[in-house]
Ligand binder design. Structure first.
Ligand SMILES: NC(=O)c1ccc[n+]([C@@H]2O[C@H](COP(=O)([O-])OP(=O)(O)OC[C@H]3O[C@@H](n4cnc5c(N)ncnc54)[C@H](O)[C@@H]3O)[C@@H](O)[C@H]2O)c1
Length: 258
């Protein structure tokens, strides 16, 4: 018996990167993965690649009606909903002093408001049905530390951590768990600059576990939090970053104990 046999998970941002790898692996472990994304071409192609264990639905997570329709599509297509992964993001980098409202909103609407709307829509369905579920929201080590010049990214990702904790507490008595994963630098289309071998090596050099992350590393943590193995874990965050965000003292010149 596989871990996600008969289970159904909706993954926003599922057409690319971490979301796409999560969809592949969820279906690979017996589940049905619904890929929700604004990128219809890549989302449909991935659903075709995975086969009968997957379906694509266009969802714009910044639009409440689209979020509700995405949940309805999932439950009508596969008859149930067990998990939700919020991975969608748009970037709008820039120094705060000159950041446009459009660039601010692009990130907040997709990353924070989208996570709120999707989680709320899933929770409403679970509560209506008297069913239990698990949500995994993608934050970032950039939600634990300020990612300067990345515009609203760190504010959004810090918000995702707190939002998830609050949902987790409000829904614990319903048996609905809500947790966060904080990846460090991970090689995806979002971080295409890491394809430059010199950049990749330099990043590996400053990472305690000596490499940059792969989507699979992050999907592993997401699947754990979705699974029954994490049945006692809620309102929590899992950092998957090769030790990067706790390695401040590695970078202190003149340490006495090297
Ligand atoms: N890659 C990294 O290094 C890294 C590090 C830390 C955190 N993260 C987080 O992990 C998550 C996934 O990142 P990734 O690297 O896989 O990104 P990605 O760019 O590869 O994928 C993001 C997906 O989100 C979709 N999307 C954008 N706006 C949307 C919207 N409004 N509605 C629905 N879908 C939308 C895009 O079409 C895309 O398919 C993000 O939340 C990101 O912030 C990534």
């Amino acid at each position: 018996m596989a871990r996600f046999d008969d289970k159904v998970c909706l993954i926003t941002g599922g057409a690319s990167g971490i979301g796409a790898e999560t969809a592949r692996r969820y279906a690979g472990e017996g589940g049905r993965a619904v890929i929700g994304d604004v990128d219809e071409e890549r989302g449909s192609a991935l659903a075709d690649e995975i086969g009968s264990g997957a379906a694509f639905v266009r969802i714009d997570v910044s639009d409440p009606a689209s979020c509700a329709a995405g949940i309805a599509f999932t439950t009508e297509t596969f008859g149930r909903l067990d998990g939700l992964v919020n991975s969608a993001i748009r970037m709008g980098p820039g120094a705060l002093v000159e950041l446009t409202l459009d660039d601010w909103k692009k990130v907040v609407d997709s990353g924070l408001t989208g996570t709120f709307l999707m989680t709320q829509a899933a929770g409403r369905w679970w509560m209506d049905q008297g069913a239990q579920g698990a949500v995994v929201n993608l934050s970032s080590t950039g939600g634990l530390q300020p990612y300067n010049l990345a515009g609203a990214y760190s504010t959004t990702k810090a918000g995702v951590i707190m939002l998830s904790k609050q949902f987790g507490l409000e829904w614990a008595r319903h048996g609905i768990r809500v947790n966060t994963v904080c990846p460090g630098h991970t090689e995806t289309p979002l971080t295409a600059y890491m394809r430059d071998p010199a950049v990749k090596q330099a990043r590996a050099d400053v990472t305690p576990l000596n490499r940059v992350g792969q989507p699979d590393d992050i999907a592993e943590g997401i699947l754990y939090l979705l699974s029954d193995e994490a049945s006692y874990v809620t309102s929590s965050e899992l950092v998957i970053d090769g030790g990067m965000s706790t390695s401040l003292f590695n970078h202190m010149p003149g340490r006495k104990w090297d």
